[in-house]
Design a protein around this ligand. Structure first.
Ligand code: SF4
Length: 386
């Protein structure tokens, strides 16, 4: 399928889809909130512009700067921090995010920050994770509709049925799930530590099979790296499932020499056709360590923009699969959440306590020195998909 090559390309071969939440939207939003680009705002934000000048032309900066300055003032007033996921657009990620990273890195920050208010610049399950780890803090999500196809694929009731069908097997659950699902699980995992967690669970339970929910492709990619047998669920990330091996062949033909990096939520055949695979943290590390001349990251579109900031010598080919849920988080939505203290995320205490046990079991595992490298090109393992 030719979706990647069909994306609008500039002369540079770079996708022209919006790199930000949109200058006109931001300008209109700032004006409606009585915010303007004054000399004071300029002085407050000039140092931040340097972090996003690779994606925002100078002429557009006055549209974003008033909201950015206002959000940063509100954070100080309200003792708030913003946890910004790697898939946020760059003006959010670099200019208002206090902590940046993947789900695991943000979960650790949520547990450690002394701030009273957490604004989750990410999706709903991430905000729930922050609340589970920090029950005394107020956790806000700028848009309650920011969901996730993986989290929506399974419920706590589904997990109870699976446990009835496979009694005695540990349930390893990806963090991209609701609090209800985590509460029914034994341990959570991320794409940075999934193999470590699966092997720990099998050893601790004394079994050779584990239940791993809900991402079918992550489970298959993990199964290819361990002798532990895996029972998986049929959930999929709507962003990563769209990449295909044909896409990679087209990219290699259009961009000779390009290094292809894939996220393990992609189908196994995509990993097999890639040069390297790993979590978002692992992909960023790869670019920083190897400084490839030309690279394509098979993951959410904004990730390339954010990694590109620290890799000026690398040419990024951008396949532009946007996550519609992540893209609900805009500067104006963050401003409104903080200004009005709205969209608080709550988790019932009995669910929170049980979900926290599963997250704590993951956080208690020894930290690995680096996020996991998925081995590309491995034979497809035998996985039972429910
Ligand atoms: S990119 Fe995929 S896994 Fe991440 S929030 Fe969007 S749908 Fe969920």
């Amino acid at each position: 399928m030719a979706r990647i090559i069909d994306a609008p390309l500039a002369d540079t071969g770079v996708c022209e889809k919006p790199r930000t939440s949109g200058q006109w939207g931001a300008l209109d939003a700032a004006t409606r909130r009585g915010l303007a680009f004054t000399q004071a705002v300029k002085e407050e934000t000039d140092h931040l512009y340097e972090l996003v000048e690779h994606v925002i032309p100078p002429v557009e900066w006055p549209a974003y700067a008033p909201l950015i300055a206002a959000i940063n003032r509100l954070k100080r007033q309200k003792n708030a921090v913003i946890l910004a996921h790697n898939y946020m657009t760059s003006e959010i990620f670099f200019c208002v995010g206090d902590f940046r990273g993947d789900s695991l890195q943000l979960a650790r920050e949520a547990a450690n920050t002394p701030a009273k208010v957490i604004v989750q610049a990410g999706v709903h399950f991430m905000a729930e994770t922050s609340k589970i780890l920090s029950p005394d803090k107020t956790v806000l999500i700028p848009d309650m509709r920011a969901g996730c196809s993986l989290a929506a694929s399974i419920t706590g009731a589904d997990v109870r049925l699976i446990k009835q069908k496979y009694p005695g097997l540990p349930v390893v659950t990806y963090v991209n799930t609701s609090a209800d699902v985590k509460a029914e699980s034994d341990v959570t995992c991320t794409s940075s530590n999934a193999v470590q967690v699966v092997e720990w669970a099998a050893k601790t339970w004394g079994v050779d099979r584990v239940i791993m929910l809900p991402d079918e492709f992550l489970a298959k990619n993990v199964a290819a790296m361990t002798d532990i047998k895996i029972i998986a669920w049929h959930g999929r990330c709507e962003v990563h499932e769209r990449f295909s091996a044909e896409d990679i062949a087209e990219l290699r033909a259009a961009h000779p020499g390009v290094i292809v990096l894939a996220h393990p939520e992609c189908p196994p055949e995509v990993l097999a056709a890639s040069d390297y695979a790993g979590s978002t943290a692992a992909l960023a590390n790869y670019v920083g360590k190897h400084n490839p001349k030309k690279v394509v990251l098979l993951t959410e579109c904004s990730m390339s923009d954010n990694v590109a900031q620290a890799a000026p010598m690398t040419d990024f080919v951008r396949p532009c699969n946007l996550c519609p849920h992540m893209k609900r988080i805009t500067l104006e939505a963050i401003y409104d959440a903080l200004a009005n203290m709205q969209h608080e995320v709550l988790v019932p205490e009995d669910v929170r306590v049980r979900a926290k046990k599963a997250i704590d079991a993951m956080l208690a595992l020894p930290r690995t020195s680096a996020p996991l490298d998925f081995e590309v090109g491995r034979a497809l393992a035998d996985v039972t998909v429910l």
